[in-house]
Design a protein around this ligand. Structure first.
Ligand SMILES: [Fe+2]
Length: 300
């Protein structure tokens, strides 16, 4: 007769990673799981700009995956305050009962956008909209998995990489090698900081699986969530081949000067600084977002 005295599997050092690709914003949402515990990273709330209609189709697919496998969601994590999609963090938090966390740098982003959107006193820009604000070096427990937090700012002030076993969720630091790196021209963005954040990722153990926040595949290739450090070091068109810091900063600044604002930046930031909560409805029962005129992009 066998005695089951040892653990059936590893201790979460090589968790399973399920990627969900959100076609409209080219974003990856991840469910990272081991045994009966799961972590959800960067969930997306569907938003149709012409109709201003939100829906939870994409988030519901994540919920179905978790429920089908009888997983317990331990954390809902944002790699940063996204400017290209609305977060489904709040929806998943209330549906699955898991706490939600983001980088402590969200407070600076909240202050900036509170001012732009002229939000009232009921919006306090101190991160209270999240269950936890994370700092470099923090560790979260998710069942037998442990989540190590690495601060990787530059694209935004609150940028984090989550290291779960051998899997690193790098947010908007590097994209696929042929598309390079994330822009650094949002308020508080800084190409020098992004350069150092990327070096930090490159210094992770060589076998680390990198999971990207987005993919913008060229024609003929389908989206790819995962990449190796070697492929980035050797092939990243912005920061591979031992690119020097000054060279990267010059390249990033020149490129950022040509980029239009992301299509959904105004709805996205308005909702994402609230942890993915929509504003309260007006007296007529309708919920509104604001559009500050002539504030974004280059002056004509
Ligand atoms: Fe981003």
């Amino acid at each position: 007769m066998h005695r089951h005295t040892s653990k059936a599997t590893t201790d979460g050092d090589r968790p399973r990673v399920k990627a969900f690709f959100h076609q409209d914003s080219s974003t990856f949402t991840y469910v990272v799981h081991h045994a009966d515990s799961a972590v959800i990273i960067d969930p997306v709330l569907d938003y149709d700009a012409p109709s201003a209609r939100t829906s939870t189709t994409s988030a519901d697919a994540v919920i179905a995956y978790i429920r089908d496998r009888k997983l317990r969601a331990a954390w809902i994590l944002e790699t940063h305050a996204h400017a290209d999609h609305l977060s489904a963090g709040s929806y998943l938090r209330s549906t699955l009962g898991a706490p939600m966390a983001i980088g402590a740098g969200i407070v600076q982003i909240q202050k900036h956008f509170k001012s732009l959107f002229n939000l009232g006193d009921d919006f306090v820009p101190d991160g209270r909209q999240f269950d936890r604000l994370l700092q470099d070096g923090d560790d979260l427990v998710a069942g037998e998995m442990s989540v190590r937090v690495l601060a990787t700012p530059g694209h935004t002030q609150d940028g984090l990489t989550y290291l779960i076993g051998d899997a690193a969720f790098v947010g908007d630091t590097v994209f696929a090698p042929e598309t390079g790196t994330a822009r650094c021209d949002f308020p508080g963005g800084d190409p020098a900081r992004l350069y150092h954040s990327i070096q930090k990722i490159f210094a992770l153990p060589a076998h680390t699986r990198l999971f990207l926040c987005h993919d913008y595949p060229p024609p003929g290739r389908s989206e790819a969530a995962q990449c190796s450090i070697a492929a980035q070091r050797e092939g990243n068109v912005h920061v591979g081949h031992n690119t020097m810091e000054a060279e990267f900063i010059a390249l990033r600044r020149a490129r950022d000067a040509t980029l239009p604002p992301p299509r959904l930046i105004l709805p996205a930031l308005q909702v994402n600084i609230q942890g993915g909560r929509l504003p309260l409805p007006a007296e007529n029962g309708i919920t509104y977002l604001k559009l500050p005129l002539n504030q974004m992009g280059p002056k004509a």
